[in-house]
Design a protein around this ligand. Structure first.
Ligand SMILES: [Zn+2]
Ligand SMILES: [Zn+2]
Length: 77
């Protein structure tokens, strides 16, 4: 048994829809891939706290550019 992020491991698809256009949002990957000295994305203290054991993904709409976060609950495989 191993605790993994179902999105990172392809166990689940992102089901979130864009609020503006209703198309399915693309998974932009783990938010940690984006957070850096020059990153426009900032993790809130709450998100940092929740990051232990959870995986935060950036979702984006390929149609209008809308971006949102999805915090994925890790699952045992
Ligand atoms: Zn993940
Ligand atoms: Zn959109």
């Amino acid at each position: 048994m191993e605790l993994v992020c179902p999105l990172c491991n392809g166990l689940k698809d992102v089901r979130a829809m864009c609020r503006a256009c209703g198309v399915r949002l693309e998974d932009g990957g783990m938010i940690t891939d984006y957070v850096g000295p020059y990153s426009p994305y900032e993790l809130t203290p709450q998100m940092k706290q929740e990051h232990g054991g959870l995986c935060t993904h950036l979702l984006y709409c390929s149609t209008c550019g809308e971006q949102t976060y999805l915090i994925a609950q890790s699952e045992y495989i």
